[in-house]
Structures are given as C-alpha cells and as structure tokens.
Write a protein that binds this ligand. Structure first.
Ligand SMILES: Cc1cc2nc3c(=O)[nH]c(=O)nc-3n(C[C@H](O)[C@H](O)[C@H](O)COP(=O)(O)OP(=O)(O)OC[C@H]3O[C@@H](n4cnc5c(N)ncnc54)[C@H](O)[C@@H]3O)c2cc1C
Length: 308
C-alpha cells in the first residue's frame, strides 16, 4: 500500500481532523467534485440528469459508526422518507446503506430489524436494496445480515471486497442464495494478515472473482455488479461475459459520481447497464478521505479549492 494512501486512511479515523475539515468552507467546496450537494434533493436532481443519459443511480446518505440508538432510528426514518421520494420520481434509483449507520456497533438484532424494515419498503417499490461492506471487523456480521435479509427479500445486494483473502470463499458460500454482488476492490486500511498489500494482487483477485461470478450469471445463479473505475479491467470483463454467454442484462457496472464520467457514458452507449452512486449528507469527512486515498493526487483539488 502506498504511503500516501496509508496516511490519508489514518487521517480518515481522526475525530480532530474530522471536526476541523468539516468546518472549512474550502474543504466543503472540494467535496463537490464527488457529490452534487449535501441535501437529498441535490442527489435526486443530479439523478434526473443521469437518467436523461440512460444511467441509473444508487443513493447513499453519508454517515457511519453511529453511537446512540436514536441516531439509527433517524437514519431508518430518513430512508423511509427517501423511498417515498424514489417511488414518485420515475428514477431507476436504489439505496445503499452501511450497517454501522444503522447501529451495528450497538446491536446486531436492532440493526437487522432496521434493515428488514428498509428491505421490505425497497422491495415494495420495486428496487434493489444494497448493503455496503465496511472494515474487516464487520465482515462476518455483515454476511450474516445479508443472509438473513436475502432469505426473506430476493432483491437485496451486497458489496464484497476483492482485497480480502477471504472473499473468494465468502462468495462461494453465498452462491446457494442466488446472490446480487457488487464487487469492489476495497476502501479501508486493512493489515496484510487479511488483505493483499500489493495492488496487482487485488486486481488479479478482482478479475478471478468476477470471472467466477460471470460463469454463475450465465447459469442464472448470480447477478454480478462491477463497482470499479478500472477501465482496462472492465473491458476485459465485458469480453469474459460474452465468452461465458452471460446476457448483457445479467450484470451491471456501478461507479461513483464524478469519477470517470466520460467512461460511464461510453459504457452506457455500448449497451452496458451503468449506475452511478451518488452520496449526500453532511457526514462526508471519512468518506471523502477514502476518495482522496484512492488517488492521492486528488489532494490537489483540496489545495486548489483553498486557493479559491
Ligand atoms: C459503486 C461503488 C460502491 C462502492 N462500495 C464500496 C463498499 O461498499 N465498500 C468498500 O470498501 N469500498 C467500496 N467502494 C470503493 C472501492 O472499494 C474502491 O476504493 C474504489 O472504487 C477505487 O477503486 P477502483 O476499483 O476504482 O480501482 P483503482 O485501481 O483504485 O482505480 C482505477 C482508476 O479509477 C480512477 N479512480 C479511482 N478512484 C478514484 C478517485 N477517488 N478519484 C479519481 N479517480 C479515481 C483512476 O483513474 C484510477 O486509475 C465502492 C466503489 C464503487 C464504484
């Protein structure tokens, strides 16, 4: 892992820097590259523009590791409100949540209750309900939550991380559920005891896991979603999908708002199903630091924003 990435991911966990950065207008300005605005209405408006280009949307309200149960209740209620907006929006829009935003640090059972309420509502309006994957310490519990949800609600998807050694076995174990899996490389600061320290190994694992999922997709036993901006990798996967006979609609590509936008449009025009993940909300610090860590050159945007 590069030194720049390690430092930025360590800074992501600092409550002091969180307080400092969140108060600085120039940092807030710099976040606009990756989010259309803090209000949910900003996200919905941006999604309408993407819809005109044939792109769908995944929405996520920023925030994680909440510390009091009332905050988890408020997040659940926010998403219930958001589902009402989605139901009348005409958007191909879906919601993705973080388990620790719904209180996983406080109570597994209560978190599952919240997720079940949201998955039920999501299903009722014909959407896929997504669960993000957070740091390594949450993987076992998140997999258990996914299994409990997927057994009751078929249209629930899970993010899984190619940088973890365990992910190959975890994907195999989920195959009996006909899973919907968004494969990502992984955004957290994990030790080499659990995650590939060298990027090339993560990339190789990403390709192998995707290939396996495409094979299962061709047999109707998995819906793979490629959550990456790695264009050469995606182009190889599109070719593998054809070789396996996976239908064009049998897999999707998801990318983040503001990243590789021209490639998102190109993939869409070539017939791929492309969805753009839009984040909103005021708790952007940790999430934004992870975006900087993915490409330390992005720190230049913060500096330029400071200079106006
Ligand atoms: C839809 C979606 C959902 C995600 N959900 C999760 C999740 O639940 N859990 C999790 O751990 N991670 C999640 N991630 C983040 C993911 O793990 C990676 O950290 C992130 O996608 C960067 O890796 P990459 O696959 O794009 O490949 P990389 O090899 O890192 O990047 C490939 C190319 O993409 C461009 N790029 C990538 N990141 C940036 C950036 N921040 N700014 C500018 N250009 C960039 C660059 O041109 C780079 O060369 C998600 C990512 C996406 C797209």
């Amino acid at each position: 892992m590069s030194i720049g990435r390690t430092i930025l991911l360590k800074m992501a966990d600092s409550p002091f820097l969180n307080r400092q950065a969140s108060q600085r207008a120039f940092v807030k300005r710099a976040t606009r590259r990756f989010m259309p605005g803090e209000a949910p209405e900003d996200a919905l408006r941006a999604a309408q523009l993407l819809k005109a280009e044939g792109r769908g949307t995944i929405f996520t309200k920023l925030g994680e590791n909440i510390e009091v149960p009332a905050d988890a209740d408020a997040v659940r209620d926010h998403y219930l409100w958001f589902f009402d907006q989605l139901a009348t929006s005409g958007l191909d829009g879906h919601v993705s949540v973080k388990p620790t935003q719904l209180g996983l640090d406080l109570s597994y059972d209560r978190c599952l209750e919240h997720l079940l309420v949201l998955a039920t509502r999501s299903e009722a309006i014909g959407k896929i309900f997504w669960i993000d994957m957070e740091g390594f310490v949450y993987v076992d519990r998140t997999l258990a939550l996914y299994r409990a949800l997927k057994e009751r609600h078929p249209r629930v998807g899970l993010a899984m991380q190619a940088y973890l050694y365990r992910t190959q076995a975890d994907i195999e174990a989920l195959m009996d559920l006909n899973p919907i899996i968004r494969l990502v490389k992984g955004a957290y600061n994990e030790p080499s005891s659990v995650a590939y320290p060298v990027k090339a190994d993560t990339n190789r694992n990403y390709f192998d896991l995707s290939d396996r999922m495409l094979q299962a997709a061709a047999a109707g036993r998995c819906t793979p979603v490629f959550g990456t901006h790695d264009i050469p990798l995606l182009d190889r996967l599109v070719a593998r999908a054809k070789a396996h006979g996976a239908p064009d609609k049998g897999y999707e590509v998801h990318m983040l708002y503001g990243i590789r936008d021209a490639d998102q449009r190109r993939l869409r025009s070539e017939g791929r199903t492309v969805k753009t993940l839009i984040s909103y909300g005021s708790a952007w610090y940790k999430w934004y630091m992870r975006r900087l860590a993915e490409r330390p050159a992005n720190v230049g945007f913060v500096v330029r924003s400071m200079l106006g």
